[in-house]
Design a protein around this ligand. Sequence first.
Ligand SMILES: *Cc1c(COP(=O)(O)O)cnc(C)c1O
Length: 367
Amino acid sequence: MIPFLDLRRQYDLVRDDIEAAVKGVLDSGQFILGPAVQRFEGDFARYCRTEHAVAVSSGTAALHLALLAAGVEPGDEVITVPMTFVATVAAILYAGARPIFVDVDESTWTMDAAQLEAAITPRTKAILPVHLHGLMADMEPILAMAARRGIAVIEDAAQAHGAEYRGKRAGSMGRLGCFSFYPGKNLGACGEGGAVVTDDPALAERVRVLRDWGQVRKYEHQFQGFNYRMDGIQGAILGVKLRHIEAWTEGRRRAAVAYDRNLGAIRRPSPPDHCRHVYHVYAVRVAGRDRVRAELDQAGIGTGIHYPVPVHLQPAYAGLGYGVGDFPVSERIAAETLSLPMFPELEDGQVEEVCRAVIRAVDGGEG
Ligand SMILES: *Cc1c(COP(=O)(O)O)cnc(C)c1O
């Protein structure tokens, strides 16, 4: 059996430190925000090479508050991609704005910067590229276009902790960057969590105020705000795990090298040399995906699909007015993508076994 994801193995490595950190919070009685969260915010900002990090209750909350902090209002448009998790799009709607999609690039599966200009209108307030699977979107042309038009760029880095583009860290290139600490993410809490990072002190302060009921001082509610605070226990756990993330990321990258070496002609995205991919997901593209997936399942190999339906074709988002054929690259990828086992402790021998099974299943379908 080779699982798709094995959180247990990682927990076993850090169990003692996590239990001590949790006990520290329980003893302190500071369950919401507090010193453990504050410490984590400082450490995470340093990790992202930004001036500020504000911890919140989820990646979705991070996106929602980043959009609000950037001044996104009802009537505005925010440009993103349909090949993402629904939260990216939901957050735009939570802010009252209209999501506008551009398709992804066939070789990287991230925002096709060449299609961006045609999507910009006088109502465009922000561009929200998604660093899908841990590979940063093509930030240089996106930032250049946004700068020419005076539009904010907000990074959805929920899958990209520690990813780099020409040596710059995910979250540090746009005006604001958004992270998720959902347990299965590259840096995962033992519950929900997220963060917004930025170099701009005024934006950081706005996110900090909005996450806690818009209070500028106790009982002084300048804005309506939200209950989007991080738990002390999650902050303490994330602080422990952050100390290991570089080693874990290298484990993922080592497994990806083994996949690349053993997958032969199986199609997959090709990350540019100037990017550090952190492999939240290792995906391939296969015809007859559901059959291949069933055969792998029979062989005891766990897989996932990220994502089987692009957001513009999800029933909940039919009201946006898009339909089949509007984003052909995203639609083709969604039909063929298959996520293979990926976690830092995955061994080369296991990767080789998965690759043999994938090639066997694909060849079997052709015979
Ligand atoms: C996980 C994820 C989110 C949402 O994060 P939550 O912490 O689950 O709210 C947003 N965008 C992307 C791309 C994600 O993968």
